[in-house]
Every structure is written in C-alpha cells, then in structure tokens.
Write a protein that binds this ligand. Structure first.
Ligand code: GLV
Ligand code: MN
Ligand code: MN
Length: 415
C-alpha cells in the first residue's frame, strides 16, 4: 500500500502532548528549565516512557541514557527507521526545541496504531541524552558517543558547574542503561525540529527541507591577571582579566563579521573571579562559539582568534590558555533522506524550501553512521533558546505530517 496525501497525524493530540510535557520543569517566563539529568528531566523521561508503553512500544536504554521506544515491523530482518530528537532544555529554554521532534515521533506511532497500519521496518522513537550541552559540555554528547566521536568514559567524566559528573548523574536519575552505545544499526534517521531562525517565517514557508548543517567550534578561554583594589590600584599597574575578555568579545564579533553573511560568533558563558564590585578581576573563564557552513572558514576564524588572544593577552600582561570543548564539521545530509522529506512536503501540498541548519542537532552526528535528514518548521520571530520561543499548532502539525510521510514511506507500509 502506498502512502497517500490524506494520511495525516492527529494535530490536537500532538499539541496536547506538547503542552503536557511543558508542565514538567517550568521556567520562570513561560518556557522550560528541564536541563539534562536533573529531576525534571527524569520526570519528563518517565512521562515519555509511559506514553510509549501505552502506545504498545518497548523501551530500550543505552549506557548514555538515550531512550529507544520501538514499534515492531513485519520483517524480522529489516533494520529500524529511527526518528527523534531530545527532551532536555536550556536553563531558559522553550517548549519546542527538541521536544517537538520526540513527541512528533510518538505521534507518528499513535497515528499508525489508530489507522492499523503495519510497516515492514520497525520504527524507533529516540530521546537523546544531553543534546543542549549547557549543563555538561559539549552539546549532542550522547549522539556523539553513538557515532563514535567520543568515548563513553570521556562522556561520563563531563562535569557540571558543581563538579557533578554526567556518569554519576545518569545513575542518580535512574537512566543508566546497559545497552552498548552505537550498537544499534539504523536503516535511516529523521529528526523534526523548529528552525530556531527567521527564514521560514519571513518567506512564509511551511517546511524547511534540511540539506546541510553548519559546523561549529567551541573554545574555552582562561585569562589570568591579578586581583587588586579597584580604587587604589593605578591604571598602569592593573592586570585586568575582565578587560582582556572585553577586547576578545569585540574580536569574536569582528572575526564573524569578516565572513558575513554566513559566519556567526559569540561569547555565551563567562565566569569572572572573584566577581566582586571592588576587585579587579584576576581570572576570567569564557566560552566562544564560532559557526559556518564551510570547514575552512571555521578553521580561519579559530586561527585568527587564537592569534588575537595571544596579542591582547601580551598587551595587558595576562596569561592565557585555550581549550577546545566542542566541535563538529559541517554536515551534508543523505540525498535519499532529503529527497524523502522534500517529496513528503510536495505530496502534502506544503510550501517548502531547502535550508542549512544553523543549530547543532543529534542528526548531525547520526548522519555519520546512518542515512539521515531533518525536517524543520517555522518558529515565531526565529526566536529560540529563549523562554518566549513559540510555534503555532498548524506549524507543528505540518512538520509532523512531513515527518510522518518521510518515515512511513521509508519504513514501507505492508498491505
Ligand atoms: C544546540 O542546541 C546548539 O546548536 O548549540
Ligand atoms: Mn534542539
Ligand atoms: Mn537547543
């Protein structure tokens, strides 16, 4: 049986589930704070698990805490089609970043059950651990281990700001599984996500067909100066680590702008020591995030930044060190999977355009080990990583319908 354009997901049920999940770990301004491996994350996982069980799926859990809910196919030898994203959020996150991709996957299963449709390939809905990378750097760490980019021990040793490790926190919240990470073989992987940028809304398009993902480099810089009195230390005698960071903030901006319009760069996290009103900062630690669709440009940005940090530090008398804390090369998604997404949008009558993803996604790592692509839907004002992040129920439904068609077509309906 072929999939036809009248086959659609239940958009009300999808929206209700999104709203239900958003009640867990509410933020302070209408969004969510469900950071990875917190009690709130565990509660969100348990709700997802219950929904999956109710939909007749069986849950697998790997050693990185990634959850795999499986609906059987008819062919015991056929590899599963995977679909999903992440349920963890930023500390001031929205209700849809990641969550739409997981609950959109669940909605596909519920709809297949309702329509009594069987597929040749099993379908597995995934919730990857720690996509956001805010509590434990880097982002997409579990999919990175799955794709062989990081070792399990290295991932377990990642520390949060309080010195708790990812491995200990996995155990504490009860989501340390025993399945080897990356042992699963995938027929294909599809991830639905909000765009997190303004292009689709500005161009009035329903769907982004994601052909590429830009690469990124995360650096952590430590500057050491000398703590001294802000009132009595003469200006020429100061060794001000805060001043160094200020100059480096400008530098990051200039470097990104020199590769306009596609390069971006920002300092997102900083700790100033001792952080007192009347002490000149003796130490500053901050992170830099550079991104571009071409690897050479990312390399150029990093090289120029490292050189600039040396010069600025020498000028002020600071010591400095730079550590790489995250990175991946630009991604080209699988032609067959991209074509399946585009064909689904066409069949369903949605307006669409090709997109390069500005954000990192688990799909970027999974693409290294399985044919992969992504579907995007618009978000209001392109705003994300902000509690005010918003989408309409129609946008969510359109994205999930495209996901539904791409996944089910790939999993092959059995008569
Ligand atoms: C992940 O959310 C990223 O793009 O930083
Ligand atoms: Mn996300
Ligand atoms: Mn995010």
């Amino acid at each position: 049986m072929a999939i036809t354009s009248n086959m659609r997901i239940n958009s009300e049920r999808l929206w209700d589930s999104l709203m239900e999940m958003a009640k867990i770990g509410p933020g302070i301004a209408g969004g969510n704070n469900r950071q990875t491996l917190t009690d709130e994350d565990a509660e969100g996982r348990r709700l997802f698990e219950r929904w999956c069980t109710d939909a007749g799926m069986t849950m697998g859990l790997d050693k990185m805490g990634t959850m795999f809910a499986r609906r059987e196919g008819t062919d015991p030898d056929a590899l599963p089609v995977y679909v999903g994203s992440h349920l963890d959020t930023q500390p001031t996150g929205g209700k849809y970043d990641g969550v739409l991709g997981v609950l959109g996957g669940l909605e596909i299963i519920r709809q297949l059950n309702d329509m009594n449709i069987k597929t040749k390939h099993p379908i597995v809905v995934v919730n990857f651990t720690n996509e956001e990378g805010t509590r434990f750097a880097p982002a997409m760490v579990a999919s990175g281990v799955f794709a062989g980019r990081h070792t399990l021990d290295w991932a377990y040793a990642r520390e949060d700001a309080e010195g708790k490790t990812l491995g200990d926190e996995l155990k504490r919240v009860g989501y340390l599984g025993d399945e080897e990470v990356g042992a699963r073989k995938m027929h294909a992987f599809f991830e639905l996500h909000i765009e997190q940028g303004p292009i689709l809304e500005n161009e009035n398009k329903d769907i982004g067909v994601v052909t590429h993902g830009q690469g990124l480099k995360w650096l952590e810089v430590t500057l050491i100066g000398r703590e001294s009195h802000t009132g009595s230390t003469p200006m020429p005698m100061r060794v001000n680590a805060g001043l160094g960071m200020a100059r480096m903030t400008e530098l990051v901006n200039e470097i990104a702008l020199s590769h306009a319009p596609n390069a971006v760069g920002a300092i997102g996290h900083c700790d100033v020591y001792p952080n007192s009103r009347n002490i000149i900062p003796g130490k500053v630690v901050f992170t830099v995030d550079f991104r571009h669709p071409e690897k050479d440009v990312i390399t150029d940005m990093e090289t120029r930044f490292r050189q600039g940090v040396r010069e600025i530090s020498e000028g002020i008398g600071l010591q400095h060190s730079i550590e790489e804390v995250g990175g991946f090369d630009p991604v080209e998604f699988d032609h067959g999977c991209v074509t399946a997404v585009r064909a689904a949008a066409e069949r369903l009558g949605y307006s669409h355009r090709d997109l390069v993803s500005g954000a990192g996604h688990d799909a970027c790592w999974i693409n290294r080990v399985a044919p992969t692509s992504m579907v995007m839907c618009p978000c209001v004002d392109g705003l994300s990583h902000n509690e005010a992040e918003d989408i309409s129920p129609d946008w969510a439904a359109a994205g999930t319908n495209v996901l539904f068609h791409a996944v089910v077509e790939t999993a092959v309906i059995v008569d």
